[in-house]
Design a protein around this ligand. Structure first.
Ligand code: CU
Length: 296
């Protein structure tokens, strides 16, 4: 006995649903994502600063709102496809100019956009806020193709360029390490010696262009001690991709010891070792200039 058209259709629908589930599981597993990763919706797992926590919340709630709208729309699409599939040659009743429906379609997206705009504006102004009196000020200077970090001596004008200012400058063999205290509001003043670079610490979810002749600034508080890789995010020439640095967040007492040792003449590496830190970068390594020699 031949199967009825409706049971064939429902078999097709259930096969489609089965394939979608298998597809979703395979996508997750083959992409190497854990279930927990999936709930970050592509956002990095680290949230070392209050600023990055706010951005994370914004991302999660936006993703949930987008999913809710998506599920609703997909539901309507599939419901229409199944409920109103072609059953004969008669044209179904044609409906148009449904005013309440059209008002709903206009007002609902506007509300969604207004809410997203409101929270984006609030969080963006929090993240980019610069206080009158930061706890620390550090000067960042970018040049082709490395970084210099300058810690103005206590009580001095950050722009004065005092002789006893502590500086760490990267070179081809050593990745510069930017040591910062945790739990402190740090202002970074940025300057470039040549072209436009961009100071980017992916874990902080923050990036700001470093422009010659313009002092850009931003502020961030890092709550979790650790090593965070930093990169130049503005194509600035031949060795742009090698223009890396490392942010090393340490407790305030260690930071003060570090600065004191540096003022007394210790190198970055010696002072880091003295406070129990790895002396060299652990998140990235210098460009291997011997690479071609080894191959030859
Ligand atoms: Cu650069």
């Amino acid at each position: 006995m031949a199967a009825s058209p409706s049971s064939a259709a429902s078999r097709r629908v259930s096969r489609l649903i089965g394939l979608s589930v298998v597809g979703a599981v395979l996508t997750t597993v083959l992409a190497g994502c854990s279930v927990e990763d999936a709930f970050y919706f592509g956002w990095p797992r680290t949230k070392p600063s209050p600023q990055s926590e706010q951005m994370f919340d914004m991302w999660i709630y936006s993703a949930i709102a987008a999913l809710a709208v998506g599920v609703f729309v997909w539901g309507l699409i599939f419901w229409c496809v199944i409920r109103y599939r072609k059953k004969g040659e008669d044209l179904p009743p044609q409906t148009r100019y449904n005013l309440p429906m059209e008002l709903l379609f206009t007002v609902t997206p506007f509300i969604v956009i207004a809410v997203l705009f409101y929270y984006t504006a609030i969080i963006q102004s929090n993240v980019t806020k610069v206080d009158e009196n930061p706890d620390q000020t550090i000067q960042v200077t970018a040049f082709k193709w490395n970084w210099q970090f300058q810690y103005p001596s206590t009580g001095s004008d950050p722009n004065a360029n005092d002789v006893d200012d502590v500086k760490t400058t990267g070179d081809s063999n050593v990745i510069p390490i930017l040591v910062v205290p945790t739990g402190q509001n740090i202002r970074f003043l940025e300057d470039s010696q040549d072209v436009i670079h961009s100071f980017w610490v992916p874990d902080l979810l923050f990036k700001r262009d470093v422009i010659p002749g313009v002092t850009n600034q931003f502020q961030v508080t890092i709550n979790e001690p650790g090593a965070y890789v930093g990169r130049c995010a503005e194509l600035c020439g031949t060795y742009h991709s090698m223009m890396n640095f490392e942010v090393r967040a340490v407790p305030l007492a260690d930071y003060n010891t570090y600065l004191q040792l540096r003022v007394e003449g210790a190198t970055t590496q010696d002072a880091l070792s003295a406070i129990g830190q790895e002396p060299y970068a652990v998140t990235t390594k210098p460009f291997d200039t011997d690479r071609q020699a080894e191959q030859g």
